[in-house]
Design a binder for this molecule. Structure first.
Ligand SMILES: C[S@@+](CC[C@H](N)C(=O)[O-])C[C@H]1O[C@@H](n2cnc3c(N)ncnc32)[C@H](O)[C@@H]1O
Ligand SMILES: [Zn+2]
Length: 318
C-alpha cells in the first residue's frame, strides 16, 4: 500500500458503492466495524433518517475525531471503542441489517507523527492501533523475534522479495547491541539492505512497514473469525461488505465468503464431501468492486481497494 499525504486525509474509499452494496436504503440498523474518521458511517446515516449505526474502532484517537464529526446525528449513532473481534459482545442480542468493514489503517493514523506507522516522521516504532491495549510495539517485536520468523513476516505480510536480507540486517544490528527503535532507523536500514531500483515508485521500506504493522496488530489472524461472527449477527437478507487493501486480506475475505456460500473445500480426490460445507450466504460480488479512475485520481490510497459483499440466506442449505 502506498502512503499518502495529509491532502487525502478526509477521503473514504468507495463510499457510494459500500452504502449501496450493504443495502442501506430506507432504514435499519447497521454496524461499521472500522469507524476510523467516520466517513462510511456518515454516508450510511445520510441515506435515511431511519438508519442507525453501531460503530466500532479500536483506536481511541479515531473515536474522538469521529465522535465530533458525527455529533449532529445524536443517538442515531452509537460509538464503542472495541476490536471488531469482539463484535458479538458489542452488538449483543440484536440482529442487524448490514455490517461494513474498511480494513487496515486510516490516513489519520499514517499521518500521526508520533505513532510510528510511517517513515515520513521520525518516531518510536510503535504501530499499535490500540496503544493502551497492552500489546507489543513494533520495536518490542523486533527485539525478541528470531530471524526466520521475521523474514517470513516481511515476505508474507509485505510481499517483499528482499525479506531475508532485511531480516538479516535487523538481526545483525541487534546482535551488535544496537536495537532498532525508531521509524527512521528502520527505514534507513531497509534502504541499505535492498538493491537500489530506479523503477521503484514507492520507498523501499513501504512493504516492511506494512508487514510489521499487520503483525503488530494481528490483522490477518482475526479476519476469518470476524467474518463468521458478522454473518451470524445479520438478519435474514442482511449484508456484510468488506473493503481490503492488499491481496492477502482479499484472499482471506474471498475464501471465507466462498466457504460460507457452501463451496466444498475437500481435496479433489475425496469420494464424497466431508468438510461439512453449508451454504448460509449468497455472494453478491463475483468479482470485487474496485474504485473508478476518478476516485483513484483523487485518492491514491484507494488504488488497491477491493470491495466484496455477501447476503445472508433465510436458512442454511446443505
Ligand atoms: C481504513 S480506516 C477506516 C476509515 C473509515 N471507513 C472512514 O470512512 O473514515 C480503518 C480503521 O479501522 C480500525 N481498525 C483496524 N482494525 C481494527 C480492528 N480489528 N478492530 C477495530 N478497529 C480496527 C483502525 O483503527 C482504523 O481507524
Ligand atoms: Zn467438502
Amino acid at each position: 500500500m502506498a502512503e499518502t499525504g495529509p491532502e487525502t486525509a478526509h477521503l473514504s474509499v468507495l463510499p457510494g458503492e459500500t452504502v449501496e452494496v450493504v443495502g442501506a436504503r430506507n432504514g435499519g440498523v447497521f454496524v461499521d466495524a472500522t469507524l476510523g474518521l467516520g466517513g462510511h458511517t456518515e454516508a450510511l446515516l445520510e441515506v435515511s433518517r431511519e438508519i442507525k449505526v453501531i460503530a466500532l474502532d479500536q483506536d481511541p484517537a479515531a473515536i474522538d475525531l469521529a465522535r465530533k464529526r458525527l455529533k449532529r446525528f445524536g443517538t442515531r449513532v452509537e460509538i464503542v471503542q472495541a476490536n471488531f473481534s469482539d463484535i458479538r459482545s458489542v452488538v449483543g442480542e440484536r440482529k442487524v441489517d448490514g455490517i461494513i468493514a474498511d480494513l487496515g489503517v486510516s490516513s489519520m493514523q499514517l499521518d500521526s507523527p508520533d505513532r510510528g506507522f510511517s517513515f515520513r516522521y521520525d518516531a518510536p516504532l510503535d504501530m499499535r492501533m490500540d496503544p493502551a491495549g497492552g500489546g507489543e510495539t513494533a520495536a518490542e517485536l523486533l527485539e525478541r523475534i528470531d530471524e526466520t520468523s521475521l523474514a517470513n513476516i516481511i515476505y508474507q505480510y509485505g510481499e517483499e522479495r528482499h525479506s531475508r536480507r532485511i531480516a538479516r540486517r535487523i538481526i545483525e544490528r541487534r546482535e551488535a547491541g544496537e536495537q532498532v527503535m525508531t521509524t527512521s532507523e528502520l527505514a534507513e536500514l531497509v534502504k541499505r539492505s535492498v538493491p537500489f531500483n530506479k523503477k521503484d515508485r514507492i520507498h523501499p521500506a513501504t512493504r516492511t512497514f506494512q508487514a510489521l504493522r499487520i503483525a503488530v496488530n494481528g490483522e490477518l489472524e482475526i479476519l476469518d473469525g470476524f467474518i463468521s461472527e458478522a454473518v451470524d449477527l445479520l438478519k435474514t437478507n442482511g449484508r456484510l461488505a468488506i473493503i481490503t487493501f492488499h491481496s492477502l486480506e482479499d484472499r482471506i475475505v474471498k475464501r471465507a465468503f466462498q466457504r460460507l456460500s457452501g463451496k466444498c473445500s475437500c481435496p479433489p480426490r475425496m469420494p464424497k464431501c466431508v468438510c461439512g460445507a453449508v451454504k448460509s450466504v449468497e455472494i453478491l460480488t463475483k468479482k470485487p468492486i474496485v474504485p473508478s479512475a476518478q476516485e483513484t485520481d483523487q485518492n491514491p490510497r484507494s488504488r488497491s481497494a477491493k470491495l466484496r459483499a455477501v447476503q445472508k440466506l433465510e436458512r442454511e442449505l446443505n
